[in-house]
Ligand binder design. Structure first.
Ligand SMILES: [Zn+2]
Length: 220
């Protein structure tokens, strides 16, 4: 039977392991992304758009990255993570991480998507990528397609990807680069992602509630 509540009122809070100040919300149901169907909509918006929560999330990410990623010159932000990226840069600049930039501050940039849907960096931003040690910062990694595209783009412009930080990830690595998420599948028991043609929820005749992506959801 279809639930009458909307997606927001059914949200449940999940706490980051080892850091209860960092939380995300998730709603169980049947949702479609551009590449998959999922049984949870995960809302990480607060960690991206609220300053105090982005700061806490940046501290949590610092702990995940410490002793795992050595050198960070540039953070490449994907999927609306620029606010979090700026706080993360501040956290990493506090020490324990190396940087090769001569001006001793990190770059925080985002790729642009051109009309051909390719990720590009303009000429004035390339100095932040070429020959630099890059940390990719993603919102939610489930199929890994967006991160993969960004890594190809960074490599094309001569950057060296040293790791991937994420708010939530079901994957542990992409093309040999380790993903360091605040939340993973263990934190969301039962989370599952399906190829659209193999989705058991579709097979049960359960209607899709909303189209979701890293920025949010649109109800159908
Ligand atoms: Zn489905």
């Amino acid at each position: 039977m279809m639930q009458q509540d909307d997606i927001k009122s059914r949200m449940v809070k999940f706490y980051a392991r080892g850091d209860e100040r960092v939380t995300i919300n998730a709603t169980q149901g049947h949702f479609a992304t551009s590449q998959s169907h999922i049984n949870y909509y995960i809302d990480v918006t607060r960690l991206k758009v609220r300053v105090s929560e982005a700061q806490e999330a940046a501290r949590a990410l610092r702990q995940r990255l410490l002793h795992n990623v050595q050198t960070v010159d540039t953070i490449v932000c994907l999927e609306g993570t620029e606010v979090l990226g700026a706080f993360l840069a501040q956290e990493l600049e506090r020490g324990d991480f190396l940087m090769t930039n001569t001006h001793e501050t990190m770059y925080v940039v985002e790729p642009e998507e051109n009309s051909m849907h390719q990720l590009v960096f303009r000429d004035n931003v390339r100095l932040a990528i070429e020959g630099k040690n890059v940390l990719v910062l993603a919102s939610t990694v489930t199929t890994g397609e967006t991160v993969k595209r960004s890594m190809e783009c960074i490599a094309y412009y001569g950057g060296i990807v040293g790791g991937v930080a994420a708010i939530f990830s079901t994957m542990t690595e992409i093309d040999g680069r380790v993903i360091y998420p605040i939340f993973d599948q263990v934190d969301l028991p039962g989370y599952a992602t399906y190829a659209p043609n193999e989705c058991p929820l579709c097979k049960q005749g359960m209607p899709i509630e909303a189209i979701v992506n890293a920025y949010g959801y649109s109800k159908l």
